[in-house]
Design a protein around this ligand. Sequence first.
Ligand SMILES: C[S@@+](CC[C@H](N)C(=O)[O-])C[C@H]1O[C@@H](n2cnc3c(N)ncnc32)[C@H](O)[C@@H]1O
Length: 301
Amino acid sequence: MARKVSMSSRELGLVLAQQLLDVDDLHYGLWDADLPLTPGNIATAQQRYTELLLDHVARLLNAIETPRILDVGCGTGHMLEQLLARGYQVDAVNPSPALNRQVRARLERLPGTQVNLFECNFEALPALPTAQRYDLLLFSESFQYIPLVDIFTISPRLLRPGGHLLVCDFFKSDAHRDGAAGDRSFSGGHVLRSFYEGLATSQFSLQHDEDLTARVSPNIALLDEWLTQRLLPASQSINTYLTGRYPWSTRLLKWLARRRLARLEYKYLSGNRSQAMFEKYKSYRLLVLRLEQADTGPSGN
Ligand SMILES: C[S@@+](CC[C@H](N)C(=O)[O-])C[C@H]1O[C@@H](n2cnc3c(N)ncnc32)[C@H](O)[C@@H]1O
């Protein structure tokens, strides 16, 4: 009998984005002036982002003989594959069954590679004995999904002293909750100010903090155009068809889902999800944190 597979709305969003855009990566891209902003260039922009992270990984690990990395929230495993190709030992943690199927299929195409794929939340990982700890924890657009308190308490139990967190993700800027039109049109991201406050009392020091917002935000303009020029007309055609064909059941379904539909309409189709709003309410950052104090927890031996 086929096993019942259920998917969270967050997981559905990630899988749909990947399928609709036909891409291997689940992160934004870097759009510099030389790269025309077209759907055909999304994969190139994403690869530029990946290469920026790979350069940081190389710089942070170049003095270590056999560096070990944990790719936190590895998506489809595309960056994981590129890390393996550069000779790093990499493990991954990823809670999404749908994405993990893709990661396993990818790994099967790479014979001879030894990757532990932990199919759970980062928060569920147990502390590691010192000899098994990682040199680097990579959070490529997965940081926002993990509570800050867990980042700061669990990471030291997985990292060797002097090891690093490499984080690339968006945060909520100081404009968050100003009540103006467009506030809350983008969900997700930790409050940047809370991150700095948590960092100040953590075992980590901040080694690098780069604002990439302006290089990433063109992505939003592209997605906004795609939503309003493609998805909106397509959903209107489906609505016309269903209302004409099944007027009563369509009306009932729309009434039952009215709150969710109103939220989706505000979020995606009200015109507030623009590049300018992203730049106002989000701050997209590349961060490097260094573990300064060794963890003295139960497994820190
Ligand atoms: C936006 S995708 C980024 C994927 C990939 N790192 C990339 O750059 O393409 C977010 C990833 O974080 C994972 N994720 C969500 N919650 C998580 C958690 N609590 N612990 C670890 N990973 C998580 C998702 O399953 C997904 O793979």
